[in-house]
Design a protein around this ligand. Structure first.
Ligand code: SF4
Length: 348
């Protein structure tokens, strides 16, 4: 049996290096964007009230609906788990879609500085009918894009559409190589169909001669470790990347699996100085955890056409949150005291 490295949070160093190369070659990474990274990072290190003029990661929840019904994410009825243990509205994370116009409006305002737009947070992006449109818009504005998907809804048509639109990175979740293992965690999905879909996406990418990076996101549990050699071989044959991270022992697996750590980290959080999260309804949040933490007060609720994304990024609510983190650390905010996130990346 192979014991895989399975950190709770993956730092994706190799991926970031490859994305950087892809972005440089495509002209989506410019000197100005790199300078913005330097300014955001300096602001984080110095814990200044204001950050650079723009975040360097923009994370958009296009739609939080999902077709797979994973145990760690939502209940049988599709209700998304609320991670706020003290919520007065426990169990009620509302669902909805972000209008494509809002997504494009926000991307447009930070396009000269943002390195990458992450086009999912908690939902399945292939359900969003305007996904190709938003990716194409970002590509025209020279912004890199990525999605993470369960891969079950890929078709020849939507795969071609998003690859042709210029998507830079696709992460595809897989937690079992055979149906009996795969369906321990994923309520609705056929793993053979998923594997076919992955082969198809890899084939179309080659046909279109695209530089899009494809990565299999193997979520490691005790119950699926023995299948790691199979997934390694699968990825090698297709020439796609493979990453490992520890699964979330929730939804009935609590007694069988190792829990994710919960202690408060003694380090400050980068997100507040480097990345911006927008929920489907326009709520501008301090980070991606906010989309599943009910009652989190947003910086503001954005309306399409407001044209003030940069002002919100360095507005009073963002500054007050940074000040709390800078002076009192993660314990100053309930959402942060339980959070294991360090560095900035996509949600998982
Ligand atoms: S510590 Fe976690 S919850 Fe708090 S802002 Fe950072 S990423 Fe979000």
């Amino acid at each position: 049996m192979e014991s895989a490295p399975a950190p709770a949070r993956n730092s994706y160093r190799r991926l970031k290096a490859r994305l950087f190369l892809t972005g440089m070659l495509s002209g989506k990474i410019t000197f100005r964007k790199l300078w913005n990274v330097v300014l955001c990072t300096s602001a984080y290190l110095l814990k200044t009230r204001r950050s650079a003029g723009s975040p360097f990661i923009l994370s958009l929840e296009l739609w939080n609906e999902c077709n797979a019904g994973c145990l760690f994410c939502r209940d049988k009825k599709g209700n998304i788990y609320n991670i706020n243990p003290d919520s007065t509205t426990f169990g009620s994370i509302s669902k909805g879609k972000m209008p494509a116009e809002m997504a494009m409006d926000i991307i447009d305002q930070v396009s000269k500085d943002v390195l990458i737009a992450v086009l999912y947070t908690n939902g399945e992006p292939l359900l969003y009918k305007d996904l190709g449109k938003v990716i194409r818009f970002a590509t025209q504005r020279k912004v890199m894009t990525m999605i993470s998907t369960n891969g079950l809804l890929f078709t020849e048509q939507n795969a071609r559409e998003i690859l042709e639109a210029g998507l830079d990175f696709i992460k595809i979740q897989l937690g079992g190589f055979t149906q009996d293992i795969y369906s321990i965690q994923i309520r609705y999905g056929e793993v053979e169909k998923l594997k076919e879909n992955i082969r198809m996406v890899a084939r179309i990418k080659k046909e279109l001669n695209k530089s899009t990076l494809i990565m299999i996101d193997w979520i490691t549990y005790n119950y699926n470790r023995h299948q790691i050699p199979l997934i390694r071989q699968f990825c090698q044959e297709l020439g796609v990347m493979l990453s490992f991270r520890q699964g979330n022992a929730r939804g009935g697996l609590e007694d069988k699996e190792t829990p994710l750590p919960t202690q408060t980290l003694p380090i400050s959080c980068d997100w507040l100085w480097k990345a911006m999260q927008v929920n489907f309804n326009g709520d501008m949040l301090q980070c991606c955890e906010g989309v599943i933490w009910s009652d989190l007060k947003p910086y503001t609720t954005y309306k399409t056409g407001d044209k003030n994304v940069r002002a919100i990024w360095n507005g009073p609510a963002a500054i007050a949150t940074r000040e709390l983190m800078a002076t009192k650390g993660r314990k100053s905010m309930p959402i942060c005291s339980q959070c294991q996130r360090s560095g900035v990346a996509f949600k998982w």
